[in-house]
Design a protein around this ligand. Structure first.
Ligand SMILES: Nc1ncnc2c1ncn2[C@@H]1O[C@H](COP(=O)(O)OS(=O)(=O)O)[C@@H](OP(=O)(O)O)[C@H]1O
Ligand SMILES: Nc1ncnc2c1ncn2[C@@H]1O[C@H](COP(=O)(O)OP(=O)(O)O)[C@@H](O)[C@H]1O
Length: 382
């Protein structure tokens, strides 16, 4: 929006049209209808009409609210279903060497809008030779696939076949900022429109007050055998004895229920971390001190988890135990299996563990349990 004294204009590019002063337009985000008053060019001159590709500043006859990234469209298009949604079916052309990770949060760029988005389902991959849709769980370099994705906040996207400009988008890796896919919208999914969060009167503040505590998340990451569960257990016992209300989300435990459909591929780990992070958010809202004990080996997945929380609510703790110590402890025999070649995805051997670059705290998983518990209690109180 461009605002100066009593001037209010909306800068953008015409993607359909032509459009003319006097045309009725609707703001796609809110559905509010107004009329184009003037079309101004980059030098300040006025247009009688502007066609596709023309950069313009539009002034409207009414004082309506148009937000950054909003679309001005025809009321007819809104009637035909163009309205903000959080879930879409789309075709993706995967352009990255790194395969699509189901459950990982990417940035969706559409026009001037950028929103976090997660590919929730891969419906299939196109076999370019036969033209048939093949079953697929992920997409690799140059694959063309049909997926479902959800965005954190509603975005207004056209069907690609209706309008190429407002029906296309890019997916960008959140960490490296590399473009990983070009997307074309097939259609919005009904569930993306019909889900409206309800605000309850008893909220996190009320629950915290009742419990006399400040809810918080301590996210313990580290190699298998590093001591995450042992530390989580000791810390929870200490907090419980102090009369505080806690809950531990341990990888092994969550994987025997909620996440029992997940294995240890990169995609399944991303989904495991995403679901645990969402569950953690619910428990935080319940007013609890939540201790997460999850290998969570990849920085990008941990960054997605962290992004769900306000900065003061979430602390990342690296349980830093030398790999040789973990392998020597090997309480479940997993390192031995991996060395024998029967467990290919084992963290630290067949798959990487990416240590946190800026953790809120590093604790020594081979030192005194009492000392680590003291340090974490201090972190919680700080
Ligand atoms: N391939 C492979 N790699 C790593 N870990 C394995 C694997 N297979 C089974 N396990 C057992 O599963 C526990 C890790 O589960 P998480 O949910 O924490 O893993 S992750 O965050 O999704 O990476 C982990 O528990 P902890 O040892 O408590 O960390 C292992 O017991
Ligand atoms: N500080 C410690 N000193 C010695 N042994 C420990 C320590 N912490 C954990 N252990 C032992 O190491 C093994 C792995 O610990 P665990 O808590 O299960 O790790 P993780 O949850 O990270 O896989 C267990 O046998 C546990 O008793």
């Amino acid at each position: 929006m461009i605002r100066a004294d009593d001037f209010r204009g909306f800068a953008g590019t015409v993607v359909g049209g032509p459009v003319r002063p006097g045309d009725t337009v609707a703001v796609a985000g809110s559905g509010v209808v107004s009329t184009i008053d003037r079309l101004l060019g980059p030098g300040g001159g006025t247009f009688d009409e502007a066609g596709p590709g023309t950069p313009v500043t539009v002034t409207l006859a009414d004082d309506v609210d148009v937000r950054r990234g909003d679309l001005l469209t025809t009321p007819g298009a809104l009637g035909n279903g163009l309205s903000p949604a959080k879930a879409y079916s789309a075709t993706l052309v995967w352009t990255s060497e790194e395969p699509l990770r189901h459950g990982r949060s990417y940035l969706l760029l559409a026009g001037s809008r950028t929103v976090p988005a997660v590919v929730t389902t891969v419906r299939g991959r196109l076999d370019v030779v036969s033209g048939k849709q093949l079953a697929a769980r992920t997409l690799g370099l140059n694959d063309i696939g049909t997926v479902e994705l959800t965005t954190d906040t509603p975005v207004c996207l056209d069907r690609y076949q209706e309008c190429r400009d407002t029906g296309s988008f890019l997916l960008v890796d959140r960490a490296g900022k590399e473009t990983v896919a070009a997307g074309m919208v097939r259609h919005a999914l009904r569930r993306g429109r019909n889900v409206v969060p309800h605000a309850y009167t008893v909220d996190r503040d009320a629950r915290q007050r009742l419990k006399g505590q400040q809810a918080k998340v301590l996210w313990l990451t580290g190699l298998p055998g590093a001591g995450k569960s042992t530390i989580a257990n000791a810390l929870e016992r200490r907090l419980h004895a102090m009369g505080l209300h806690t809950y531990v989300l341990d990888g092994d435990n969550v994987r025997s229920g909620l996440n029992k459909d997940l294995g240890f591929t990169l995609g399944d780990r991303a989904e495991n971390v995403r679901r645990v992070a969402e569950l953690t958010r619910i428990l935080l809202d319940a007013g609890l001190i939540v201790i997460v004990a999850l290998v969570s080996p990849f920085r990008a997945d941990r960054a997605v988890a962290k992004s769900l929380f306000q900065p003061g609510d979430f602390a990342e703790v690296w349980v830093n135990t030398p790999a040789e110590v973990c392998a020597h402890r090997d309480p479940k025999g997993l390192y031995a299996q991996a060395k024998a070649g029967t467990l290919p995805n084992m963290t630290g051997l067949g798959q990487a563990y990416e240590p946190p670059e800026h953790p809120d705290m590093v604790v020594d998983g081979s030192g005194s349990l009492d000392d680590v518990t003291d340090e974490l209690c201090a972190l919680l109180q700080g």
